[in-house]
Design a protein around this ligand. Structure first.
Ligand code: HEC
Length: 126
């Protein structure tokens, strides 16, 4: 239960049902996304708390604006995040090295990580 308490602390936005029994089958999408991001090594480069890493932090990134290397500016939304995960070379973020490999996720896993990132909060509209 310590792990779950930590999750609730990290991700207050989607935490609910405190005290409900939590087993692997009943984990919420964002919790599954977090477990996945950790086990696949994503969190080695992406922080959850706003700290700059090798890659952009996922904290409060939903709705934020990204300056791309090709000069375009895009909003962090589902379209952007999907592409960033499945084909990172297409939209490279300015200021970061192009070191990310495509994530080998099933559609269900992709959805879980999307829910994790959304659950980490939104940036104010640019
Ligand atoms: C070796 C470091 C590294 C690892 C490991 C890594 N990434 Fe990245 N990621 C980056 C970098 C650098 C960028 C920014 C440059 C770019 O667009 O590719 C990025 C960009 C992203 C973005 C867009 C973020 C934003 O806020 O603009 C998402 C989403 C993302 N990665 C998801 C993942 C997922 C999911 C995994 C695990 C399967 C992962 N990354 C593993 C380095 C990494």
């Amino acid at each position: 239960m310590l792990g779950v308490g930590l999750l609730v602390h990290l991700l207050p936005g989607w935490a609910g049902g405190l005290g409900a029994p939590v087993g692997p089958a009943t984990l919420r999408p964002a919790e599954r996304g977090l477990a996945l991001a950790r086990s696949r090594g994503c969190t080695a480069c992406h922080s959850l708390d706003g700290t700059r890493g090798v890659g952009p932090s996922w904290f409060a990134s939903w709705g934020a604006e990204r300056q791309l290397k090709d000069g375009r500016r895009v909003i962090v939304d589902e379209r952007y995040l999907r592409l960033a995960m499945t084909d990172p070379a297409v939209e490279l973020v300015e200021g970061y090295d192009p070191v990310m490999l495509p994530a080998a996720f099933t559609e269900a896993e992709l959805q879980d990580v999307l829910m994790l990132i959304r659950g980490l909060g939104s940036a104010p509209a640019p």
